[in-house]
Design a protein around this ligand. Structure first.
Ligand code: MTE
Ligand code: LUZ
Ligand code: MOS
Length: 768
């Protein structure tokens, strides 16, 4: 089935937040934010702005009736600055005006007097100063001493990966309006309707039943709207509550990029030990996570880095420590992969480092250490399906790694100014929220008199195709045409206490709940169907809206059956709950069985570097991916392609730069480069790995949203290999992204120039 939204998307008829018709009298809100990264506010003067044309109100912390607090995991984040500014772009208040234009004009008239405080943007500096978000955590297995003793090669080093701007096409936004008795309806572009509802309730001091959140669909979320869609929705609700008027806010791209958090940059130290057979015997890693100025989802993101610290490799002796560091940057947040990519980048760097030193190719080390059935993860879960090695073997055989190596060698021998690089990138990603209690969902199904069906679940459609999969689930059970099934908006009145649509688990959790709801209704309908077909005890099925008996079509229709059920006063509605069975995790011992299952796959990546100009092409990405039994290969392949390109962007082009004063320098698309049609791989080949699927996956179709992003890591290492082919055996720092700028400087061993340039004082005065 093609994505049910495809036609309306390409004809511009899909409804996003900003397309919701505005009620008469709707006001427009605009945040005003901190112009420095760390300071004490001495005086805030809004009097001029207050008098500007069209301005209705200016609201700040003192206008909040409830608590000035929106922190999700830790209550450490005010909605509006109170006293002290903690990052550049931190909201101080909102201007509410009769138009967005008037609000924007008034914003220029706001004056903030402040006393600057020292700014920390580097996580290691923050850690040294004792500025931590939470207590560090360590995952450990085996005995490190033994591991080092068994090692013939021991290497250590440092690996840095940078942040990433989500750049969802639709910016953050919300639209609040009053209902009866002071209730408020908020349309929000959020992945987490319940998060928005809870925070609004807290800030307004109203019970949650007075706050209704409705989500039509998102123009992309990628994790950036898991927690960070909340403040904007709360702000509009606050204005609606205070002014008793409908209030809307849609962030301008520049405001959005400046004020919202991104993927967490990590700076990490590693030590790796291998024996003479290239078996990794010990691995120790410390992650310094740059959390920004508040916790947001950082502890959960860091936890996933620990879970994925050894990627797809079995290492008997492991010690992984995560330190979440508080800096004066916008609070960083969920981003596709959720700490997994950052964790995996370090082990892959350690392996690349070892390979270079030992004088072998990285894939010789990678291949020897892949998980096998019966191995254990450091967190105690048993490896139940050793697909790491199987997908690897299929990848290198199908796409002929040996042939590609020969091609590369010939090319590099015959070309002085262009070099090819190759890398193989296995991925193993755990499916479930790492916080066990979040793994649940609900679905509500109504069958109407005419046989049409409406479905609500907790899942938010953000382009990943979850609604299409929901239609397929209903079809699978009732056997009726897709046009009889409608997926409604995600709404907290219909589905309560949801987990955000995240962790790649949206389809699994909500789909399983939907499956339960449909099956329960079908159990009530089935006896009626038997009656309709003459009290038969034979098997009844519905195919394309017709009742079938013993594999033969009858004259009776789905509509007839629905009618008969209603005549017999049988309920054709159901609300079902699903919670992933058998998962658990003990945070004291850091052991358990946190994931329903794992997704595996292997990619091979080829690049060519122009060694005079530093520019490069990603020639090919060749993937074998474990979809389980894909329920929609079109949608799933779209997810793999999008994930890979987003991962390659993170590793190659996209560079988030803050100056030493904590000001974002890459705040536009002219300075922040994402892969465009020219930068994407020349070819992406995706082969579905044949597997049984997993019983905890929706219709045995495995979760697919995040895992493919990590294939993009291979682009970094392939580029590095190409650069080394040009420069000889010089060791380069592990410092992603590998932008053309850095590639060029590495080609001529001039990397230090870049560091000097970046720290120049005048950069901080530059205005973009
Ligand atoms: N695909 C599109 N087109 N847009 C998105 O915002 N988000 C990704 C992934 N794929 C995203 C996407 C992220 S971060 C997650 S967690 C999953 O989709 C969420 O959807 P799922 O749980 O239904 O897979
Ligand atoms: N969000 C979350 C996530 O709250 N917990 C998770 O484990 C997770 N994993 C991936 C993406 N988002
Ligand atoms: Mo995805 S980072 O779980 O929203």
């Amino acid at each position: 089935m093609i994505n049910i939204d495809a036609v309306q998307h390409v004809t511009g008829r899909s409804i996003y937040l900003d397309d919701i018709p505005e009620l008469q009298g709707t006001l427009h809100a605009l945040p005003f934010d901190a112009p420095v990264a760390h300071a004490k506010i001495l005086n805030l003067d809004v009097s001029k702005a207050q008098k500007a044309p069209g301005v209705v109100a200016i609201l700040t912390a003192k206008d909040i009736p409830g608590e000035n607090q929106i922190g999700g995991i830790i209550p450490d984040e005010p909605l509006f600055v109170e006293g002290e500014i903690h990052y550049w772009g931190q909201p101080i208040g909102i201007i509410v005006a009769d138009s967005e234009y008037h609000a924007r004009m008034a914003r220029q008239l706001i004056q903030v007097e402040y006393e600057e405080l020292p700014v920390i943007t580097d996580p290691r500096e923050a850690a040294a100063a004792g500025l931590l978000i939470t207590k560090p955590r360590t995952f450990a297995m085996g005995n490190m001493e033994d591991g080092w003793n068994q090692s013939h090669y021991i290497l250590q080093g440092r690996a840095d990966s940078n942040g990433q701007e989500h750049l969802y096409i639709e910016g953050q936004g919300a639209y609040a309006r009053l209902k009866e008795n002071g209730s408020i309806l908020i349309s929000s572009s959020t992945q987490g309707p319940t998060q928005v509802q809870r925070a609004t309730s807290k800030v307004l001091g109203l019970p949650m039943h007075k706050i209704e959140i409705d989500v039509v669909r998102l123009g992309g979320g990628f994790g950036g709207k898991e927690d960070q869609a909340t403040p904007w929705a709360v702000m509009t609700a606050l204005a609606t509550h205070r002014l008793q008027k409908p209030v809307k806010m849609v962030l301008h791209r520049l405001d959005d990029i400046r004020m919202t958090g991104k993927r967490h940059p990590y700076s990490s130290d590693y030590k790796i030990g291998l024996d003479e057979e290239l078996k990794i015997k010990a691995y120790e890693v410390t992650f310094y996570q740059n959390a920004g100025a508040a916790a947001d989802l950082s502890p959960a993101v860091l936890e996933r880095s620990l879970f994925h610290a050894t990627n797809a490799y079995f290492i008997p002796n492991v010690k992984a420590t995560g330190i979440s560091c508080k800096t004066n940057l916008p609070p960083n947040t969920a981003f596709r992969g959720f700490g997994g990519p950052q964790g995996m980048f370090v082990i892959e760097s350690a392996i690349a480092h070892a390979a270079r030193q030992i004088g072998v190719e990285a894939w010789e080390i990678q291949q020897r250490n892949l998980f096998r059935d019966g191995d254990h993860f450091s967190y105690g879960q048993k490896v139940e399906e050793g697909k790491a090695l199987e997908t690897w073997n299929q990848c290198v055989n199908t796409y002929n790694l040996t042939g590609k190596i020969n091609e590369r060698d010939d090319f590099n021998k015959n070309n002085r100014w262009h070099k090819k690089g190759l890398a193989v990138q296995p991925v193993c990603f755990g499916i479930s929220f790492t916080n066990t209690m979040m793994n649940h969902a609900r679905a509500l199904v109504h069958i109407y008199q005419d046989g049409s069906i409406v479905v609500s679940t907790g899942a938010v459609e953000m382009g990943q195709g979850v609604n299409t999969k929901m239609v397929q689930v209903v079809q699978q059970i009732f056997g009726i045409p897709a046009d009889k099934i409608r997926i409604e908006t995600t709404n907290t009145l219909r589905i309560a206490n949801t987990s955000p649509t995240a962790a790649s688990a949206g389809a699994d959790l909500n789909g399983k709940a939907l499956e339960l709801a449909c099956r329960t209704i079908w159990e009530r309908m089935q006896p009626v169907a038997s009656t309709l077909l003459g009290n038969t005890s034979d098997s009844v099925a519905i195919i394309e809206g017709k009742l079938w008996l013993n594999n033969e079509s009858t004259q009776h229709s789905w509509e007839e059956l629905v009618n008969l059920c209603l005549q017999k006063r049988i309920s054709l509605s159901e609300h079902a709950h699903y919670a992933t069975p058998d998962i658990h995790f003990d945070k004291d011992t850091e052991k358990g069985h946190p994931f329903a299952y794992h997704v595996y796959g292997t990619a091979m990546i080829e690049v060519t570097v122009d060694c005079l100009r530093g520019i490069y092409t990603i020639d090919g990405v060749h993937i074998v991916h474990d979809f389980g039994k894909s329920m929609n290969l079109e949608v799933d392949i779209g997810q793999v392609e999008g994930g890979v390109v987003q991962g390659i962007g993170w590793m190659t082009l996209e560079e988030v730069i803050f100056n030493p004063n904590g000001r974002l320098m890459t705040n536009t698309l002219s300075t922040y480069k994402i892969p465009d049609i020219y930068a994407v791989p020349q070819s992406i080949q995706i082969k579905a790995f044949e597997s049984e699927g997993h019983p905890l996956a929706l219709l045995k179709s495995k979760a697919v949203g995040e895992p493919p992003l990590m294939y993009g890591l291979g682009a970094y290492f392939a580029l590095r290999n190409a650069v080394m082919a040009f420069t000889g055996m010089v060791d380069l720092p592990f410092d992603a992204p590998y932008t053309p700028e850095k590639v060029l400087l590495d080609l001529f061993n001039r990397r230090n120039t870049l560091k000097d340039k970046r720290s120049e004082k005048d950069l901080s005065e530059q205005r973009v």
